[in-house]
Design a protein around this ligand. Structure first.
Ligand code: ADP
Ligand code: MG
Length: 819
């Protein structure tokens, strides 16, 4: 039963298998329905797939049968029963998705553009598979579903979109030789002997003979499962590092599968995909699920994109790409498939963003009636001359709020570029037009600070500013709330406390969200409901390259603050190894002696945190510094787990100069402005992203003398040094972001940069490489052209596209929440 696909023949082996399964069930699933194990014989019964003449449906069935049997012998009894019923169900039916459709060409090479006729049908079949929940895959019960949910996987599309982070090429077995010593190798060998030795550790030792007749040793430590899976006289595929031991060549802790089994075909003898995991799932486990999912993908070409888009970007076929992304036959295939999905994720994202933009542009808003010269009047009372970009941003806002459409504007500018002053203008404009404004800050510390700054700026032009934080007494809160409700307060600054139900405005006309990436969708929506379509200004210092900003914030109008206010001294950044720590603290002492202040930033709050042993924590660093390098100075700690009143008190003390140094976590990252602070030490700097480090160091250098940032690399690696060196060399947030993007790939960055709107970022960002982004402008153009003709994707020829889009951005899945 090796090949062929005639119905008669197929029925024979299926009949045989059905009988076997029934017997196994009858005998209580002991895996003994056949000599040598039920599963083993059953597997042998399932015939080879991938014969060109075979039907698509047939191939899917065979794959699935195999995957059900592969690990049968290791399952507990209850699951075996389930498997048997599954097997029977499968044997009784043909799969609905491709019943009767012949395979076009060979399964692995269907890369050709889709032929015009069957396209829609095949896409429909593909979509039906993709839309199914993962729970429809065999082996995905409630527990696995939970694990998958942690990976963001709900549908089969989600699962297949979970791209490999890399591949292992296990196509070519080698034999034991001098050259292969020290290498990771795949060796096919017959097991000669195996022994288990229980000492302090459980040791399994074995010998095997490779095809060339060379005998070598194998060893495993502390693996209870190895012994039971090995049997002398059987052939195995071993993969591990070959080392020279005193007994001769020895394979260390190899992974293995019995030769010729489906498991060996899946986990060895191919280009094997490796995935990002989460607890509760192993590489092998996830790979098996992928295999089953990929097995469901019809083997006919399918495409949901308009033909001109697919051909313009030279995209390989979609069904082919799904299979080849996970189980490529060579590197080239894997890369082509990855490129396909990278395109898809960018294209769908652009579509989504642009569709949203269409909708938002139509939302009516309250036009502000502003007399000419409001920008000038406001600028006149500022304690400084606004920069050209600040003025331009204020003009943008002025233009927006005058129109009867809701403003959706992003103010994007590096740390210290002066966004607060621009926000102040927006609040002023609202006041002039007779409306209230609300300013939302991500932390208590920032809310307090922004409230104070705005109060100073706006009091001279008659804007009454109040600050609402979580740490207030009931009566303080009550009096502010009533002032807001009666319109005695013009501008309310606060944390998400201002989103709470009890907070009612008299006439809210404008909202400002500072550091918007810190907020989720729900919060922004809540703010929108406080007024009648208030104009919206969001601000972000997230240093991302412009091409990317345009994409992520594609639904907003953007004003950028390009230059920093004049009169600043650059921050000198130094990179030190742990051995040079003392010199960093000597610098801190020097600055403090000159009357300045210092920040010390560490990655963890207390030593027990999951950052791992050896990571600097607030607690330990505090202890160490107060008894060592910074002994005798006034030091306090600041972190997110403190009560807000404590945080505020500490921050106030620091601002007023009654503390010399703050030992803090990244709570000081955003926006904190203490001009007298002139030095920052960052411990274990390699643990932070470049963008975070750049934001952190923006906390110093706000005064008018040279400031220093000392990056201490706790765990020095060449890569880490290269990355941190970017900060030493550049003070331009955008350039740093660009470098970061090159070094880490966009996935990482986009994963941490949150949009804050309801458009989730690209989905499977692991797929994207820096190079893919160069096509963004063109992709955006293609998406926008498409929408021009069919803004709601309602045309029949866009039906598949609309389905794919809602698969990617399901209505029930809100935008990703941050942190
Ligand atoms: P960010 O954009 O990071 O929110 P801020 O609004 O906190 O920056 O401004 C940083 C500092 O720069 C503040 O101390 C502010 O007073 C000052 N600043 C803002 N604009 C100007 C300007 N045009 N000239 C001089 N100083 C300015
Ligand atoms: Mg700010």
């Amino acid at each position: 039963m090796s090949s062929g696909g005639s119905p008669a023949e197929s029925d024979t082996w299926k009949e045989l298998l059905r009988g076997l399964v029934r017997l196994e069930l009858k005998r209580g699933c002991q895996d003994d329905a056949a000599v040598g194990g039920f599963a083993r014989l059953a597997l042998a019964t399932v015939k080879d797939s991938c014969t060109p003449a075979q039907h698509v449906a047939e191939q899917g069935v065979t794959n699935e049968l195999r995957s059900l049997l592969v690990d049968y012998q290791f399952l507990p009894k209850r699951e075996r029963t389930d498997r048997c019923s599954a097997l029977l169900a499968l044997l009784g039916s043909s799969t609905p998705w491709a019943a009767g459709s012949p395979l076009q060409g060979s399964a692995s090479a269907t890369c050709a553009p889709p032929s015009p006729k069957p396209v829609s049908d095949s896409m429909n079949a593909l979509l039906e598979v993709l839309e199914k929940p993962v729970s429809t895959l065999w082996g995905v019960g409630p527990r696995v579903q939970e694990v998958m949910a942690k990976l963001g996987v709900a549908s089969i599309a989600d699962l297949l979109q979970h791209a490999p982070k890399g591949y292992l090429d296990l196509r070519y077995p080698t034999e034991v030789s001098r050259e292969s010593l020290g290498q990771m190798v795949l060796i096919k060998a017959r097991l000669q002997s195996v022994t288990e030795i229980r000492r302090k550790v459980l040791l399994v030792k074995a010998t095997a003979r490779d095809p060339g007749g060379r005998v070598f040793h194998l060893v495993w430590f502390n693996n209870r499962f190895v012994r039971g899976r090995l049997q002398a006289g059987h052939d195995y595929d071993f993969y591990g590092r070959l080392e020279n031991s005193f007994e001769g060549a020895q394979l260390m802790q190899p992974a293995f599968e019995e030769s010729g089994t489906p498991a060996a075909q899946l986990h060895m003898n191919r280009i094997v995909p490796l995935y990002h995991l989460t607890s509760g799932v192993t590489q092998k486990g996830l790979r098996s699920h992928m295999w089953r999912a990929a097995g469901r993908i019809p083997s006919v070409a399918a495409e949901y994109l308009p033909r001109d888009v697919a051909s313009r970007f030279q995209l390989p076929d979609l069904a082919w790409s799904y299979r080849s992304l996970h189980f490529p036959t060579d590197e080239n295939e894997a890369e082509r498939a990855r490129g396909r999905f990278a395109f898809d994720s960018l294209f769908l994202f652009e579509l989504r963003v642009l569709m949203r933009r269409h909708v938002e542009q139509d939302v009516l808003g309250t036009p502000f009636d502003l007399p000419a010269g409001t920008v000038e009047r406001y600028a006149g009372v500022l304690p400084f001359v606004p920069t050209a970009s600040q003025t331009a941003a204020m003009r943008d806002i002025e233009g927006d709020v005058r129109r009867p459409k809701q403003m959706h504007r992003l103010l994007h500018g590096d740390v210290g570029s002066g966004k607060t002053a621009v926000a102040g203008y927006a609040a002023y404009a609202a006041k002039v037009a007779g409306y209230q404004s609300a300013v939302l800050s991500p932390t208590e510390i920032l809310a307090g600070q922004t409230g104070r700054v705005l109060q100073e700026m706006l009091a001279p032009v008659g804007v009454r500013v109040a600050t609402l934080t979580g740490g207030m007494t009931k009566s303080q809160r009550r009096s502010i709330l009533s002032a807001v409700a009666t319109g005695e307060v013009d501008c309310l600054v606060g944390t998400h406390a201002i989103l709470e139900e009890g907070v009612a405005f008299e006439r809210l006309g404008l909202s400002v969200v500072d550091e918007q990436h810190r907020f989720g969708v729900a919060q922004r929506v809540a703010l929108g409901t406080k007024g009648n379509q208030p104009h919206s200004l969001v601000m972000s210092a997230t240093p991302i390259p412009r091409t990317l900003a345009l994409t992520i914030y594609g639904d907003l109008d953007i004003s950028e603050l390009l230059e920093k206010p004049p009169g600043r001294f650059p921050i000198q950044t130094h990179l030190l190894t742990a051995a040079k720590r003392d010199s960093a603290y000597a610098m801190v002492r020097r600055e403090i002696a000159r009357g300045r202040q210092a920040f010390v930033v560490v990655p963890a709050i207390d030593p027990a945190m999951d950052e791992g042993a050896g990571t600097a924590s607030v607690e330990e660093t505090m202890k160490e510094l107060t008894t060592g390098s910074l002994k005798g100075l006034r030091i306090a700690s600041l972190h997110g787990r403190m009560k807000s009143s404590e945080k505020e008190a500490t921050m106030d003390a620091f601002r007023l100069g009654s503390l010399d140094a703050l030992i803090a976590t990244t709570v000081v990252e955003v926006g904190v402005d203490v001009p007298n602070a002139s030095v920052m030490v960052i411990e274990d700097a390699e643990r932070f992203g470049l963008a975070t480090l750049h934001q952190l160091r923006g906390r110093v250098g706000r005064g008018s003398s040279v400031s220093h940032c000392m990056l201490i690399q706790g765990n020095a690696t060449a890569d880490g040094t290269e990355r941190l060196q970017v900060l030493v060399n550049s003070d331009d947030g955008f350039q740093i972001a660009e470098e970061d993007l090159k070094l880490r790939g966009p996935g990482d960055i986009l994963g941490t940069v949150q949009h804050g709107y309801d458009v989730p970022l690209f989905g499977s960002t692991a797929l994207l490489t820096y190079r893919d982004l160069s096509a963004l402008p063109e992709i955006r153009k293609a998406a926008s052209e498409l929408l021009e003709h069919d803004p709601a994707l309602a045309a029949p020829e866009h039906m598949d596209l609309a389905r794919m889009l809602s698969l990617r951005y399901p209505a029930s899945k809100p935008g990703m929440e941050d942190n």
